[in-house]
Design a protein around this ligand. Sequence first.
Ligand code: UD1
Ligand code: PEP
Length: 422
Amino acid sequence: MAQMVINGGKRLSGSVTIGGAKNSTVAIIPAAILSDTPVVLDSVPQIKDVYNLMDMLADMNVRSSFHDHVLKIDPTDIKLVPLPHGKVTSLRASYYFMGSLLGRFGKAVVGFPGGDDIGPRPIDQHIKGFKALGAQVKEHDNSIVIEAPHGLHGNRVFLDMVSVGATINIILAAVRAQGTTIIENAAKEPEIIDLATFLNNMGAKIRGVGTQTIRIVGVPHLVSTNSHMIIPDRIEAGTYLSLAAAVGDGILVKNIIAEHLDAFLAKIQEMGVNLDVREDSIFVYPNSQLSGVKVKTSPYPGFATDLQQPLTPLMLLADSRSIIVDAIYPKRTRHIPELIKMGAAIKVLDGQIVVDPTKQLAGTEVTAEEIRGGASLLIAALMAQGTTVINQAENIMRGYDCIIDKLHALQADVSYSGKESF
Ligand SMILES: CC(=O)N[C@H]1[C@@H](OP(=O)(O)OP(=O)(O)OC[C@H]2O[C@@H](n3ccc(=O)[nH]c3=O)[C@H](O)[C@@H]2O)O[C@H](CO)[C@@H](O)[C@@H]1O
Ligand SMILES: C=C(OP(=O)(O)O)C(=O)O
């Protein structure tokens, strides 16, 4: 088990540069096996999910190398193998191999995915999409077995709810299918646009990404000719903005696409956070007076569920009550008992997170049950007097690029002991 040790109570300053988006990267790596030629990705975040996906690629005889944020993937000698367990359960995005193996081989055997334990995460819409394209889907030995003996054929799929994962998985399966697939009620996240840009640059015909209707005309082959630069991670950016507002004495957060953070920026400005939004960076001024706000998460462009936890510690500094309603993952509250251990006046009441003004947090031993819960504890620890030990800190490493170096650059007193020493 990895631990992060934080000596809090210090004001931080300096600048931090945001890495490539986790949720783009973890879709684009599985998508790379749809290419007939080697693929090069740039601005890839140094996170645990990337290393786990590389291990899964190796199981399929796909060579990959990762240096200085450049990831090279050569799928030319790929072999169809079942991916029943092992790394599959270490992250959510392993389920994208269902769509991409199906698109490449017309068959996939993939175990049930892991990822953050933030409440029930069914995949019925993914399966509905695969079936609509002509695949047969069954469960065997804790794996999903998907086969399209007569090939995949484009079709219309109306998603019952807006799902990032189902939208991406259907794109991956449809991109080399025969005919046209139309996804309605599709998710609009910027990471889906990034995936489509990557695939279109290799010859795919995907139109309408970023709207609720996506149209995919299948093509027989994909060929990569240029490297693809991953977009900046809006969730990492929101986390550092929240940290900067909570403990900063003036912090510049660089490599940001501010439009991807509209709902988050509007909310922290409503709290009274003083920001200077520049072309591709945001300067956060030291804050004095903050007010409580109400946050309700919803699919993009709404307030991201992945940012409710990193925002929570900042709410403790407000002079009035804040309320969070996570409409996407109502059970995403495993960090709350840990924040209470640190002295936070916070509770879960009727499915809502109620955050009351808290004068001072105190360092103690807590556990990061998942990525964003871990980020929330990290910010709280930087605010707290004394030492905080975060157990299971490897969960934070699933999604935050070079986090220890970035925190050191801001003068934070943080150390990490664990296998993932990046
Ligand atoms: C790797 C990745 O990109 N992860 C993100 C992705 O997760 P993920 O793709 O798993 O999340 P979805 O967008 O699919 O989930 C949205 C909602 O739909 C429900 N649902 C989804 C699929 C399905 O078949 N059936 C169903 O009921 C889910 O339980 C959830 O309540 O989007 C989430 C919501 O923005 C983010 O928190 C995750 O960071
Ligand atoms: C929930 C998240 O990730 P995943 O879907 O990969 O578990 C997240 O990044 O906050």
